[in-house]
Design a protein around this ligand. Structure first.
Ligand code: SF4
Length: 316
């Protein structure tokens, strides 16, 4: 892929001093590892809606009618309408772009993706979503969204980055002019990836692709994009990945000698039982693929869903 990937981000995670106390929440992973690959679109919804820096802290408050964004120390100061006005306009802008992911700051009443505190008469429950991010996820349900803290988890991180690169690949493959043929070709390249993440999604998307004639082309494009991104959201389980590895193994049954076959079977089995990381069977399979080339396998995204230098599969 040529260009960097466009990804939205809460400004404070980039180190911008936009928080209520004039501080930031710079994420080392974002700034050290992701900047080489991602072009960040920085958004601070609170500053964007006109709140100053520094500013009084705000929080979500639930009353009978709605969840409101209010000053922590003076609940009569209600910022909900201002936030929704900014949010609606900003998200509408983003919807028209080919943004491929979004990293939000955890716990914030504006940016948090989950488990944000919502207060009712002094008590807090922790099932809220920041108002900006809630609207973003509602309007762009296909968009990979993740929180800074969750990116410390190797499984969640790999899943998020796979989705971001997958969406970028999808947009690039369509080249701004999606056609049924391009989607069919894309679907074929993502067969093993989808089988690893969610075999059910692969089947459902296959049905969608087979019945594309029943759809308006724009609706088909949107339905495929959403189904793809929902499918990839599922964690690629060891069981599903083992099935995929065994499927790939089948492509080499005529090329490998007895010892090579036994070694490959052993490495796949040791991955299945957790003794080896995914990288072990993948490295061996890629070695066999370079020795015994196969066009269909070579184009499977499963073998390289993101750049190797990102080292995302090391711990899996
Ligand atoms: S969490 Fe969101 S609203 Fe708060 S400072 Fe960061 S970018 Fe701004």
């Amino acid at each position: 892929m040529s260009d960097k990937i466009t990804v939205g981000i809460s400004s404070c995670l980039l180190g911008e001093k936009v928080r209520f106390d004039s501080g930031h929440k710079q994420s080392t992973y974002v700034n050290k590892e992701l900047r080489d690959y991602f072009d960040f679109v920085s958004v601070c919804p609170e500053v964007g809606m006109g709140l100053p820096v520094p500013r009084p802290t705000i929080r979500l408050m639930s009353n009978e009618e709605r969840i409101a964004l209010v000053d922590t120390k003076d609940e009569t100061k209600d910022h909900t309408d201002g936030m929704m006005q900014f949010t609606t306009q900003k998200v509408a802008e983003l919807e028209d772009t080919e943004m491929c992911g979004y990293i939000v700051c955890a716990k914030s009443p504006s940016c948090g993706m989950e488990r944000v505190k919502v207060y009712t008469r002094g008590h807090a429950r922790t099932d809220g979503v920041g108002l900006y991010t809630q609207h973003l996820m509602k309007r762009m349900p296909w968009l990979p969204v993740e929180e800074d803290g969750r990116l410390n988890d190797p499984v969640l991180k790999e899943n998020f980055i796979t989705r971001v690169f997958g969406l970028k690949d999808f947009y690039e493959s369509m080249g701004g002019e999606p056609t049924a043929g391009k989607i069919v070709a894309f679907h074929s390249r993502y067969k093993l990836t989808l089988m690893a993440h969610d075999p059910q999604s692969y089947k459902e998307l296959g049905r969608l692709v087979a019945n594309q004639a029943d759809y308006d082309p724009a609706d088909f494009y949107k339905a495929y994009r959403l189904g793809l991104m929902e499918g990839l959201k599922n964690r690629a389980s060891r069981k599903n990945v083992t099935n995929v590895l065994m499927h790939i193994q089948g492509y080499f049954k005529r090329s490998l000698n007895k010892d090579e076959k036994a070694e490959l079977a052993r490495v796949i089995d040791e991955y299945r039982t957790g003794l080896l990381p995914i990288l072990a069977p993948l490295t061996l399979l890629k070695h066999y693929l370079s020795t015994y080339p196969d066009d269909y396998l070579a184009q499977q995204k499963f073998l390289q869903p993101h750049p190797e230098e990102m080292r995302l599969r090391y711990g899996l």
